[in-house]
Design a protein around this ligand. Structure first.
Ligand code: ADP
Ligand code: ZN
Length: 361
């Protein structure tokens, strides 16, 4: 059990890591969270954990109502956000009441967004139940919904009042979802922690589950320190979290819906560490070490069959690209990266093609 304080002046909050859902009431102590709680969750998670949460909230004397989403990214849209705020109004929720999310990144991105706009902002509490949401979405305060033109195009920075993590909820999470979180944990290792990286390198995938609590805590600590220094992505410090995500994002879109986010980031880390090696930022064994760890955890690591030309189109026209130049996070060594390395999209893709040729026996 660990209470991790994220220090953001008036937006500071606590991440309760390693508590049981049935003790959730403790986090709601005090008047601050109002009299009503709207619980936003999806129809997979509700039957598993909804009752425990509702019971814990009811024990604090609060009224609880719920809103159910269909599982999946499709519900992360404006229409749903609108329905949620209307549901808040229908239930006469006031400024000091609380919107609580229970589920993965979809519930917390969408619920956080709705909480940030209803009455210009009500309390928001997140109970992440996917590994990805526990190590990523639970810290950083990014909320948002998708538009038909792209993901997360509308949103806000809105910090939760608290985050409550029960590691036991991962026990029911499908393997492919666990691996999405594993990809982000490997990322934390590469950007900031030899300890995490070595743990991932030395632990067989079948035995990783028992190390998850420690890995989650360390990952959350890394993200917290970065976010504390650059809450609104203004100083560039937050950029290190994008390692694997530039190539990864291009793979994700070029191959949609073949690879989920974690699988795309896995390929992205392999690709970007190859670029790092080829551009002289790191030794070859850094690239091969990353590739080996990714493969060991049964995440995709081979670029054979990857549509690099489609990736190039996407990279060139990405909103973050300037005249076809893209900022990359390059690895120097495990635990140390360099941000803001500008590479032309064409050159990056040329190198990725070279990697595909290299891969052939
Ligand atoms: P993320 O963006 O964090 O991957 P999603 O909200 O898309 O998360 O959730 C991924 C899938 O996992 C959804 O189908 C969701 O219903 C399901 N899910 C979330 N948490 C759990 C859990 N603890 N056990 C089983 N399924 C879960
Ligand atoms: Zn990510």
């Amino acid at each position: 059990m660990k209470n991790i304080r994220v220090r953001l002046e008036e937006n500071s909050y606590i991440i309760y890591a390693g508590y049981l859902l049935k003790k959730l009431g403790g986090a709601l102590e005090g008047k601050r969270y109002g009299k009503k709680v709207l619980l936003l969750t999806d129809s997979n998670v509700f039957p598993l954990y909804g009752r425990a949460v509702e019971k814990a909230v009811a024990e604090t004397g609060r009224e609880i109502v719920h809103a159910l989403l269909k599982p999946g990214e499709a519900e992360k849209n404006f229409k749903k956000a609108h329905e949620i705020v209307e549901w808040c109004a229908k239930n006469r929720m006031g400024r000091d009441d609380t919107l609580m999310t229970l589920g993965g990144g979809v519930a917390s991105d969408l619920g956080g967004f709705a909480a940030s706009i209803y009455m210009r902002g009500i309390n928001f509490a997140a109970v992440p139940t996917t590994l990805l949401a526990q190590v990523d979405a639970s810290v950083g305060g990014k909320t948002g919904v998708n538009l038909p033109f792209g993901k997360n195009l509308v949103g806000s920075f809105y910090q939760p009042s608290f985050v409550y993590i029960d590691f036991k909820t991962l026990g029911t999470l499908p393997e492919r979802e666990i691996k999405q979180g594993i990809a982000e944990i490997i990322k934390y290792g590469v950007i900031k922690s030899r300890n995490i990286f070595n743990m991932m390198k030395n632990t067989p995938p079948g035995r990783i589950k028992k190390h998850l609590p420690a890995l989650i805590e360390e990952s959350v600590m890394i993200k917290k320190v970065v976010v504390e220094k650059d809450e609104k992505e203004r100083t560039g410090l937050r950029e290190i979290l994008n390692f694997g995500h530039t190539v990864g994002h291009a793979v994700e879109i070029a191959h949609f819906p073949q690879f989920n986010h974690g699988e795309s980031v896995a390929l992205g880390m392999v690709g970007e560490s190859y670029l790092s090696w080829k551009l002289g930022m790191c030794k070859k064994d850094v690239y091969s070490g990353i590739k080996e760890v990714v493969g060991k955890h049964r995440l995709p690591f081979s670029f054979a069959g990857i549509k690099t030309d489609k990736m190039l189109d996407f990279m060139k026209y990405d909103k973050k690209a300037r005249q076809g130049n893209i900022r990359f996070v390059m690895v120097k060594n495990i635990g140390t990266v360099k941000t803001g390395v500008v590479i032309k999209a064409e050159d990056a893709v040329k190198l990725l093609k070279e990697m595909i040729r290299d891969e052939k026996p």
